[in-house]
Design a protein around this ligand. Sequence first.
Ligand code: NAD
Length: 321
Amino acid sequence: MLIVPEREIADLMTRGAAFDAVEGVFAAMASQDAYNFPVIREAIGHEDALYGFKGGFDKAGMALGLKAGGYWPNNLEKHGIINHQSTVFLFDPDTGRVRAMVGGNLLTALRTAAASSVSIKHLAREDARVIGMIGAGHQATFQLRAALEQRTFDKVIGWNFHPEMLPNLQKVADEAGLPFEAVELDGLRAADVLISITSSFDAILKADQVSPGTHIACMGTDTKGKQEVDPALLARATVFTDEVAQSVSIGEAQHAIAAGLITEADVHQLGAVINGTHTGRGSEDEITLFDGTGVGLQDLAVAASVVELAVQKGITIEVDF
Ligand code: NAD
């Protein structure tokens, strides 16, 4: 068995490799070469932790396995380590033998940022110039860095529930040499591409605060009850997702479906656009919305990619197991 420890991931994995892995697996999901297993998520009754498994099998990429982990709210205070903890296990699809154990913390942020990036590549207008962010936490910085690589953006604007966190976005804009402006929610109409990545349980963005032609990636809603945008925005937009079953149950579409504004048939797989079986954006004025719920296959894809890079560089730990 090969081990790629968390400490090695930052030097091994690139945004480009994460992008390719996630784009490939979304395509495989849409052509039914890859499928996700039902997600397990449990409150374990210890340390207030939420623990679970996300797994799947990608026959095209020959990735089989699972990500195990979750959220330990007391970690930072008690142990000085981050609250989100995860590890990916890959198995040999031919034999069922464990192939690799890979640190999953940084990979989770990279694969989540790659998902919105893939949506921007395939759905945003080519002439998009202003990118708007809703959210300024840990994931938001990864999201913004990856998104900036997809179009020739010349300005970053942002809103956050906790304004004191906005310097996190300013820092990424500075790195990219772009101006940053903090705006009110109404000011987000200036954005050609929007990303929301918050832990909100109420709609933040109203349907009329988005301009025609915008592409919006809603990335924060990954659980029942969470919500970032007005359900009316999904009725106004053409809706895409990583996985339809998750979008309508735990993603942003759960609310528009419950309100009877859209049906499951209105939610399309982003992979179908990648494969060319869905045309994607139909006009310059259309609003496209990507409901990124996060699937186990994304984790397996980036983990398989990082194992390959680690093997190439000879930095895996090999254990006789
Ligand atoms: P974080 O704690 O670092 O940041 C949280 C963000 O949410 C901040 O911008 C904060 O200001 C904002 N926020 C908090 N309470 C809010 C409220 N009541 N209303 C509006 N905004 C509020 O968290 P993070 O690591 O950046 O994760 C953000 C979200 O992304 C989480 O909900 C997480 O579950 C989700 N996530 C999704 C995926 C996916 O694949 N879709 C993957 C990883 C994380």
